[in-house]
Ligand binder design. Structure first.
Ligand code: URA
Ligand code: SF4
Length: 224
């Protein structure tokens, strides 16, 4: 039987007191996190990017292969789709705060495929273990609207299983448990879902829907 992974959760590594409200300090502290086993096979922690005082925060799933190597979120193919969608929605990438529900790259290695590292969706247990970072950074940034990109992010932000198809594009109240005080939530698809679309019209529709949801979130942030 494989040993069950050690997953104490990130609490112990998240700074207390005044240090907690500074994103750069949180990002620095996250290098030491051993809140779950995902740090072990990853190159480095990938924390966040963008404006630490943004009105709009975007939450993805987890870093991908490129992000893991570079230490920056959304610098790979999904990040390019997201950058294009932000641009089409009239948002400057540097004006939003970008982060992920899980801060280390979960993957499997395929030696038969030249050691390619294949993305593996994080489990609910990883989302839960990593949540103290997301809570601390969103409490520090205090965005008006949090956009959850895909179902893993929606689960982290809403604190419950979430169907993107049912929830997307609406301005939702934040969860009652107070993890993200004051911020409304908009759920949309993950930009990587577009990378799997092969035909052009499917892509155009999915891209337009993502842009529309980002626009809804931006308007809600302006009017909050
Ligand atoms: N996908 C994500 O969810 N986050 C990233 O940072 C990159 C790809
Ligand atoms: Fe810590 Fe999150 Fe990385 Fe797990 S994935 S080690 S909880 S930072």
């Amino acid at each position: 039987m494989p040993r069950s992974p050690d997953r104490p959760g990130a609490w112990r590594w998240v700074p207390d007191g005044a240090e907690r409200s500074d994103v750069a300090t949180l990002a620095q502290a996250a290098h030491a996190c051993r809140g779950c086993e995902l740090w072990h096979d990853a190159t480095q922690v990938v924390f966040s990017a963008g404006a630490p005082d943004a009105d709009l925060a975007l939450v993805g799933e987890q870093p991908g292969d490129r992000e893991d190597r570079e230490g920056e979120p959304f610098v790979g193919p999904a990040g390019r789709v997201l950058a294009d969608a932000l641009d089409a929605a009239g948002l400057e990438a540097g004006s939003v705060y970008l982060t992920n529900a899980v801060k280390h790259f979960r993957h499997v290695e395929r030696p038969e495929r030249g050691k390619r590292r294949l993305h593996k969706t994080p489990d609910v247990a990883h989302v839960r273990a990593c949540l103290p970072w997301l809570e601390a950074e969103l409490a520090a940034v205090r965005p008006r609207v949090v956009v959850a990109l895909g179902s893993t992010a929606a689960r982290a932000v809403l604190g419950a299983p979430a169907r993107v198809g049912e929830l997307r594009g609406r301005v939702l109240d934040p969860p009652d448990d107070g993890a993200f005080p004051g911020a409304a939530v908009v759920v949309t698809t993950h930009p990587s879902a577009l990378l799997r679309l092969r035909d052009r019209s499917g892509w155009d529709d999915a891209f337009a829907a993502l842009v529309a949801d980002l626009g809804t979130a931006a308007r809600a942030a302006r009017s909050a």
